[in-house]
Design a protein around this ligand. Structure first.
Ligand SMILES: Cc1cc2nc3c(=O)[nH]c(=O)nc-3n(C[C@H](O)[C@H](O)[C@H](O)COP(=O)(O)OP(=O)(O)OC[C@H]3O[C@@H](n4cnc5c(N)ncnc54)[C@H](O)[C@@H]3O)c2cc1C
Length: 407
């Protein structure tokens, strides 16, 4: 008997159903309202915290599943409910993955619970890498971190942009900042820092109005002489000094602050894109079985039925790539062919394409705000942009499979 199986276990099925019920009963009915309001849906985050969904314990538990599939299952269901609200709830996990990716076990134990708070005292977190002149090109970060040895403090200056949860101060917010310690070393001279909630000098700049995922807050974060204790450097000073010394000698360094976080989170982001694509596919399938034109249901027309067949096939194919990458990441299998990037690339592009197909199947009803399909299309587009654009994912895959450094 072969071991290979795609069957989900009892725990996974239970969690999937539990999250699906929350997505169906709480998120879906609220999706249109928060999309229009373009605000963080605090009451829904509170509801998620009350049932234990928004909590570090739940996230740690989901991540500890040895198959690696529980967290992508959760993400798919949440995004099926609503991607904007889903990101408002789980945007915090971006900051958490920055801490887990670079922090010591003590730092992880200290800061991860503070990213979530408790149901009575909600906290959030933000992961701040991108800058006005450094998005895809992470090596060009201008935000500087300078060590003040006399006070054992780091001083951060710069401006971050497009930051999910960035600068929110309504509740305590743990910002994780990637900054240049030695700009000459480019990405190898970067380090990650925790800025504790309420630290003077950190403030929100412009809040952006967006095309989609509008319930999720996206803003600039301005750092003006932000002083943080020495132990807020993730990974610790000794490790950083060693890494910088190796980089200065031209030796290879294993970790680059932002990149190690993105590698781990890309398949999870792909799972969110899948949730949107599946929502659109299911809605369009139901619609096609009801809607009549020229005397028959439109599902009976090959032009529509084939679209739905292709949608289902592409969604299933994308899910297999996402699950493979999550299983590999959890089981310590290296991404030798850019499998993490591949999964996010495929899922993001399938989501944009499938939601557009769904609009076409609904015709005029697909184009108006009374139906959710146009929102899903707007929401899907971010998945070919953030956590690395589709072009950057292709670059990662092309470099990995060719062994050639394609610029
Ligand atoms: C809603 C939203 C939320 C976000 N959340 C966060 C967050 O929480 N934290 C964070 O740090 N960032 C966040 N981002 C930033 C996001 O990761 C960047 O927008 C993204 O990495 C692209 O960077 P850019 O916008 O500067 O585009 P650019 O890098 O300027 O790219 C512009 C175009 O050029 C292409 N391009 C660039 N380089 C190459 C190349 N070498 N080869 C081929 N094509 C190339 C790109 O693919 C793209 O099509 C968010 C962005 C948005 C819109």
């Amino acid at each position: 008997m072969a071991d290979f199986s795609l069957e989900l276990n009892e725990d996974q099925l239970q969690i999937q159903k539990w999250v699906h019920d929350f997505a169906e009963d709480v998120m879906r009915p609220a999706a249109h309202e928060w999309d229009e309001r373009e605000e963080t849906p605090w009451p829904i985050i509170e509801e998620a915290a009350n049932i234990g969904l928004y909590s570090w314990e739940f996230v740690a538990n989901a991540f500890s599943d040895p198959t690696g599939l529980t967290f992508p299952l959760v993400m798919e269901e949440m995004a099926w409910g609503d991607a904007g609200i889903g990101l408002a709830i789980f945007g915090t996990t971006l900051g958490v993955s920055g801490i887990v990716g670079s922090g010591t076990p003590e730092q992880i134990a200290e800061w991860v619970p503070q990213c979530f708070g408790t149901p009575d005292d909600i906290h959030v977190s933000a992961f701040c890498v991108s800058e006005p002149d450094a998005g895809s090109d992470v090596s060009s970060l201008r935000t500087r971190a300078v060590y003040d040895e006399a006070k054992d403090e780091w001083v951060l200056n710069g401006t971050k942009t497009w930051i999910t949860n960035g600068g929110i101060d309504k509740v305590p917010n743990v910002h994780v900042i990637v900054a240049a310690v030695d700009p000459e070393l480019k990405a190898r001279g970067h380090a990650s820092f925790v800025v504790p909630p309420g630290t003077p000098g950190l403030r929100m700049g412009q809040k952006f109005k967006k095309m989609g995922i509008r319930a999720s807050h996206t803003a600039e974060v301005v750092l003006d002489d932000v002083r943080i204790p020495g132990n807020c450097l993730l990974g610790g000073k000794e490790k950083l000094d060693e890494r910088l010394a190796r980089a200065r000698e031209g030796k290879s360094t294993r970790t680059q602050a932002a990149m190690s976080t993105f590698e781990a989170s890309r398949p999870i982001v792909g799972a969110q894109a899948l949730g949107i694509a599946r929502a659109a596919y299911e809605f369009a399938l139901d619609y096609a079985k009801e809607r009549k034109a020229f005397g028959t249901r439109i599902i009976e027309k090959q032009g529509i039925a084939f679209k739905l067949a292709d949608m289902r096939m592409e969604i299933d194919a994308a899910r297999l790539l996402v699950w493979r990458a999550c299983w590999m990441a959890r089981n310590g299998k290296p991404f030798t062919a850019g499998e993490g990037s591949m999964s996010k690339l495929k899922a993001g592009e399938v989501a944009v394409w499938a939601t557009e197909q769904a609009i076409q199947i609904l015709g005029g009803y697909g184009y108006i705000r009374e139906f959710p399909v146009e929102r899903w299309h707007r929401d899907s587009k971010i998945y070919t942009i953030f956590e690395g654009t589709s072009e950057i994912q292709r670059l990662v895959v092309a470099r990995a499979v060719s062994g050639v450094h394609i610029p």
